[in-house]
Every structure is written in C-alpha cells, then in structure tokens.
Design a protein around this ligand. Structure first.
Ligand code: AMP
Ligand code: MG
Length: 331
C-alpha cells in the first residue's frame, strides 16, 4: 500500500473522511502525539490498527470525539464528577474513562466494559474527526514499544506501506500522551500522568485526585504493563549528583569504546561543552515536547544519559515516559 502524506486542507479532510468510512486507517496530529485513527463503530477497521502497530490485543484504544455533547451517545451514564472534568478540561489532553454502551465495538475496549474518551483541542484533529462523521478510536501512531510520534515523518518511518494516509499537521505541541483518568466514588484516579496533573484536577475541580500508577502489580490502565517508548540503544536517567555522575558515566562509556550522548537542561549545558550532548529543554514542559523526537534522532548512539527534570509543570508526566524509555535505569 502506498502511504501518502498530505497537508491539512479541505481536500485532505474529504479524502480522510472517505477512507475512514470505508474502513481504512488514517494518521492525524493531536496536541499530544500523532494518532492512528479508525472508525470506532467498525470492528474490522479497528482490528487493522492493532495489526499496523503490532499492539497487544488486550490494550484498549481511546475514542476521540470533537463535541462534548456526543459523549452521551457512547456511554451508559455520566456522573457528576465526570461532568466537572468534562467542563473544566475538555477539549484538551485528558482521556476520561466511562462505562461504554453497545455502539462502541468490543475491539476498541479490548473486550472490557469501559471506554476512554478524549476531545482533542488541536484544530487539525478536530476538523479530521468532524469530516469522518465517526467516533475515531486511536492509539499513538507508532509501532508498539517505539517512542510515540510527534512529527508526520515519525509516523511515516513506522507506518509506511501499512496505512494509506498521514495528515501532516507539523510538530505536536505537548509531545507526550494524554492524562488518563478514571472516576470512582467521586475520586479521580490518574492511570497515566500527562499535561493535566493531579494538582490541576484538585485545584480546578475540587475533587480528590490520586495516582493509580505503579501502586499495584495489576495495571489499572492496561497499557501501563507493556514496555514503552524504548529507543534502540540503552538509556539511563541521572537524578543524584547529576553533573559528577553524568561525567563519570560518560567517560566510562568512552573507555569501553561506546558512544554516549547526554540529554541536558539548558542551564546545565555549560558542564558538557566538550561532550556529545543535546539540550532537551529548559524545564519539564519543553523537554516533553522534544523527548520522543530526540529518542528517535539519537538512538544510533550506544547510550543516552539524560538529566532528570525537576522543574516546570510536567515533572511527573515526563519522568513517567523517561523511566519507561530507560527501562527503569535511574541513578
Ligand atoms: P495510546 O493511545 O497508545 O497512548 O494508548 C492508550 C492508553 O489509554 C493506553 O495506556 C490504554 O491502556 C489506555 N486506555 C484506553 N482505554 C482504556 C480503558 N477503557 N480503561 C483503562 N485504560 C484505557
Ligand atoms: Mg501509545
């Protein structure tokens, strides 16, 4: 199959709409990362997503809509706390879990009784969803386990010949995936951290929010149990005695005839001037924008040594992705 990359315009949206209604997959940009979309009403189309990504069958997909009022079409009921979350954060980088009704096909929810719903803010995503006239289920548009795509070229690298169309909306502006939340008894459980943090939920909604990640051996959000975002080379995150530890590790790697690269904060670049390095950002927000792109760009080194980012509003979300990329290697 030939994979086309098209700029977003009326003709592209029309084409994308037709493809989706005929049971094909289309990749599209959102404010978080690129998604691989299919009609959530078409079982065969949804199966194609799992095949294109090599995604485990038990990892459900998020359903993307463009209007809040459409949520009730696909869920059994909306609680008071869920309504508050919808009103405060949608459209935006949050996916809320509901009890699904029979319209959403089982494959979307990996056989479960719940569905995660998101309303993206990105204009291209919204116009694409509108043009399809369908609820669009979409995971990130990478091959399973690879870093998520933040550019159309990343999608092309993973999906060339597997899907007919990629809509190129440029670089995504958040860079890591949505916050996934579940509401139970008026408590908000964060199943995957993202730009919308626990603190933002508590402050804006007056609801109690709790991390549900890593607190139990049984993953609450099925996706959290799989290896994620791994670059081709090894990676380590340095949190303690940062400059000393990084310089020592760098030298040791060179002595072993291996090529290291350092991902650092802008303010610390001065310590690595004579070393192979790249500035990931000034804080956790900028670093989130660049993380997946740099993992793909610099994975031809033998070791990525990254500084821990302790500043900005996405410390937890960024660390969650970084520690997975590094398979838990933390100094
Ligand atoms: P991706 O879009 O590739 O980031 O994957 C979607 C994420 O949302 C995965 O981590 C899924 O496990 C999670 N997710 C989707 N639907 C549900 C659901 N019904 N319940 C819990 N987690 C979900
Ligand atoms: Mg993903």
């Amino acid at each position: 199959m030939k994979t086309e990359i098209l700029k977003p315009n009326i003709k592209t949206y029309k084409k994308a709409g037709k493809l989706i209604r005929s049971g094909e997959i289309v990749a599209f940009p959102t404010e978080t990362v690129y998604g691989l979309g299919a009609s959530a009403l078409n079982e065969e189309a949804v199966k194609k997503i799992y095949i294109a990504k090599g995604r485990p069958q038990d990892n459900p997909l998020i359903v993307h809509l463009c209007r809040k009022k459409d949520i009730k079409k696909y869920v059994k009921n909306i609680s008071k706390a869920q309504k508050i979350l919808i009103n405060k954060f949608m459209p935006g980088p949050i996916s809320i879990i509901f009890d699904k009704n029979e319209k959403i096909c089982d494959t979307v929810c990996a056989g479960g009784k719940t569905v995660a719903i998101r309303i993206p803010e990105n204009k291209v995503a919204r116009k694409f969803i509108k043009a399809t006239k369908c609820p669009i289920c979409a995971p990130s548009a990478n091959t399973s386990k690879r870093p998520s795509p933040t550019l159309a070229s990343h999608v092309y690298d993973d999906m060339n010949t597997k899907i007919p169309l990629i809509i190129d909306g440029g670089q995504t502006n958040i860079g890591i995936e949505s916050t996934v939340v579940k509401v139970d008894n008026n408590m908000v459980y964060i199943l995957r951290p993202g730009k919308i943090s626990k603190e933002m939920i508590q402050q804006k909604c007056n609801l109690v929010a709790i991390d549900k990640i890593d607190t139990s051996k049984i993953p609450q959000s099925p996706g959290t149990k799989y290896t994620h975002y791994k670059p081709k080379c090894d990676m380590v995150i340095v949190k303690n005695d940062v400059v000393n530890n990084i310089n020592n590790l760098y030298q040791k790697t060179i002595r072993n005839n291996k090529k290291p690269i350092i991902f650092c904060k802008a303010e610390n670049e001065k310590y690595y001037k004579d070393k192979n390095h790249v500035v990931l950002g000034q804080n956790s927000e900028d670093a989130s924008v660049n993380l997946f792109k740099y993992l793909r760009t610099y994975e031809n080194n033998d070791l990525i040594i990254s500084e821990y980012f302790d500043n900005g509003n996405m410390v937890e979300a960024l660390f969650n992705r970084m520690i997975k990329s590094a398979s838990g290697n933390l100094i």
